[in-house]
Structures are given as C-alpha cells and as structure tokens.
Design a protein around this ligand. Structure first.
Ligand SMILES: [Zn+2]
Length: 377
C-alpha cells in the first residue's frame, strides 16, 4: 500500500511536521480587502439529502487560502511576501512556489478523503462491478468468473485500489517536479523590478510552462489562488492562477502549460486580456467564474441588488458551465468599473442578468461533469 503524507513540511529535504500556511499573504493582501477581518467565499453547504446547496459565506482571513504545508522555519521563506508587495520577478516566482505548494497539499488531502487512499480497508468498498470493469480486457480477464469466491474478490479489490493509488501517486509526483522547477528558476533568475500595467512573460528552455504576470495600479478586491484542470488530447494539464490584492495595486499571475498555448487563439486571448485595465478586470471576473478558490470583499456581494447576488450565488455552483479564457457574462465589480474604468453607473453591463436553464437540469449536468475519472498515464 502507498501511504500519502500531508503532514510533513513540503520544503525540499525537510522532515519537520508542517503548520497551516496561507497561499496568499494574510497581513498585506487578505487584510487589505477584508471587512472586520472577514471575506466572502463560495462554500456550498451539504443539506439533509446529501446534495449540495449554493452558499456564499463569511470566512475569516485567518482561514482563507490556508492549508497544512510548511514547518515554522520554512514559513519564514515567504516573509518577504508577507511584509512587502510583489515587486520583482523573484517575488512573482516565490508567490507561484507558495501557491503551488499549498494547492498541492490541498489537492492531495482531497484525493485521500475522496478515495480513502490511506485507509487499509478501503478496497473492500470497491463494488464488484467496478472490479469486473477493470479486469475486462486486461490480462486477468479470466478471473472474472471466479469473483464469487470472496478471497479472490478481495485480492482483486486490493489490486485495483493499489493501481488507483499508483496513478494518483504518479500525478502528484508530476506536480512535485513542477514545484522543484519553479524553485530552481526562482533561485537562479535575474531579479528585475516589475513595471505597472504591462504584461510580462517568463519562459525557460528547461521548462514546459510559461509564466505571465501583470501588476495593475489599483486594487481589485479579491484574492484568488486556484487550479484549473484541462485536457489537451489525452493529456491532462493544470493551469494555476493567482490574484494578489494590495492597498493600491493587484498582482495577477498565471502559470500555464505550453501545451495550452499551442493554440494560437488562446494565446491571443491571454494577450488581449492584458491589453487594457478594463480587460484585466474582465479577466479576473472570468477567473472567479471558473474557480472556487476566491475570497472577496463582503460588501461587493452585499451591495449587489438581491436579484444579482442570488444569481451569482447559484452560478458559482456550476463552474462546469464555463470555460478557461472565456468572458464571464455577468458583472461582479460594478463599483470598480464606474470608479476606475469610466463606465457609467447605468451601463447595461452592470445590471445585466443572463438567462440560465432550470436549477435541476444544471445540477444534473454538474454531477455528470464531476464524475472524477482516474487519470490516465
Ligand atoms: Zn520545513
């Protein structure tokens, strides 16, 4: 059996027990957008029938973006990000490193919970039909008729559980390799000050990802640290995004697999999002519309007309309906668009509420989309 560990410090060659680490600085980022030390986030609630209900709820800045990750000593590695705004290329890489490590442990924890990976008896819960499905067409197909023997069934269940663990272990190791690469680029890259309102890109020949970042000269009142899963042919890839707000600025960072950029339309779309401040805000709205790792200033939601906030809360439930790098057809930062971007307060964009299908139909589709498949090697 493979044991998955989430309680050891993620820093290379450290074996200390970890503590809970913030992916986004609480001191200078989360607090800069909080009201009474709280933010709003999408936290769907399980109801009595074991279905989930959409809910935007309060969360303290102490808990937002936080998960077990580094030991006390290695938390110090990120002190710069907790004391000062991101202002150089090395800060950008340090932020990516921090987000990747926290997300990695978060994903690992979710997989362990969902597939009971560390549970010695979890294989017994694999239904016989799943065992049969896995054996069909494999070199062990001939044992299917013998599954009536409980000992054979259990051996096959155990084997299948091990294969599932192996596949997740393989996926998680790929992420770890990416984390080490980010760290080594961070250790060696020329440290340059980052300009305001200008898209910057980092590529490296040893590296199959591209980093892009942009520092905007006003605050977008949201913090975001999120992963999007995408498929390119048979390959599964992950796109990481970060939005780090400060008192008078916002840093937006993307770490994107080059495979996704092979599509020139997508590259053009990314460039276009950073061609004006208005488009940057639209980009952040589109990231919110496909992620659940965002934390927003409560009054942004509280000040929406009821019909708008209710629409938004429900829409957050159905991330599966939207795609990466597609505009969100709903406006979140209404005041900001009026104050910073020159939209008129009665601009149609601000009051527009899109039509959506019936809730139950949307819920069905979401469940279909959530059928997590075991990743293919
Ligand atoms: Zn450590």
């Amino acid at each position: 059996m493979i044991y998955f560990d989430t309680r050891t410090c993620v820093y290379p060659n450290c074996f200390e027990e970890n503590v809970k680490s913030h992916a986004v600085s609480r001191n200078i980022s989360l607090e800069s957008i909080a009201e009474n030390y709280h933010l709003y986030s999408f936290i769907p609630k399980r109801d009595s029938r074991d279905t989930k209900k959409p809910l935007i709820d309060r969360i303290s800045t102490n808990k937002a973006t936080r998960h077990h990750c580094f030991c006390d000593k290695h938390e110090e590695t990120f002190k710069r990000l907790d004391d000062y705004e991101i202002s150089s290329t090395r800060d950008v890489l340090l932020q990516i490193y921090r987000t990747l490590c926290v997300s990695h442990n978060q994903e690992k924890t979710a997989l362990i919970d969902m597939y009971k990976l560390n549970d010695l008896n979890a294989h017994k819960m694999i239904p016989r039909s799943d065992v049969e499905l896995a054996l069909k067409g494999s070199e062990f197909e001939k044992i299917i008729p013998m599954l009536d023997d409980p000992r054979i069934l259990e051996a096959a269940q155990r084997k299948l559980k091990f294969q599932i663990s192996e596949l997740f272990d393989y996926e998680l190791r790929k992420d770890e390799e990416l984390i080490y690469k980010i760290k080594s680029i961070n250790d060696t890259i020329d440290d340059k000050a980052i300009p305001l309102n200008e898209l910057q890109v980092i590529t490296n020949e040893r590296f199959d990802h591209t980093i892009f970042y942009y520092k905007l000269d006003f605050k977008i009142p949201v913090a975001l640290s999120a992963i999007q899963h995408a498929g390119v042919g048979n390959t599964r890839v992950k796109f990481y995004s970060m939005v780090v707000p400060y008192q008078n600025s916002t840093v937006i960072i993307g770490l994107i697999p080059n495979l996704l950029l092979a599509d020139s339309e997508r590259t053009e779309k990314v460039n276009n999002y950073f061609s004006s401040k208005y488009n940057v805000v639209k980009y952040v709205e589109s990231l919110i519309s496909i992620s659940d790792g965002w934390f927003i200033t409560p009054s942004i939601i509280d000040n929406m007309p009821k019909e708008k906030s209710r629409f938004f809360e429900t829409d957050c439930m159905f991330l599966n309906e939207r795609k990466l790098f597609k505009d969100y057809d709903f406006s979140i930062f209404d005041d900001l668009k009026v104050k910073e971007l020159g939209l008129s307060a009665d601009d149609e964009e601000l009051s527009f509420i899109p039509e959506r299908p019936e809730y139950s139909a949307r819920y069905e589709k979401m469940l279909e989309a959530m059928q997590l498949k075991v990743p293919e090697k």
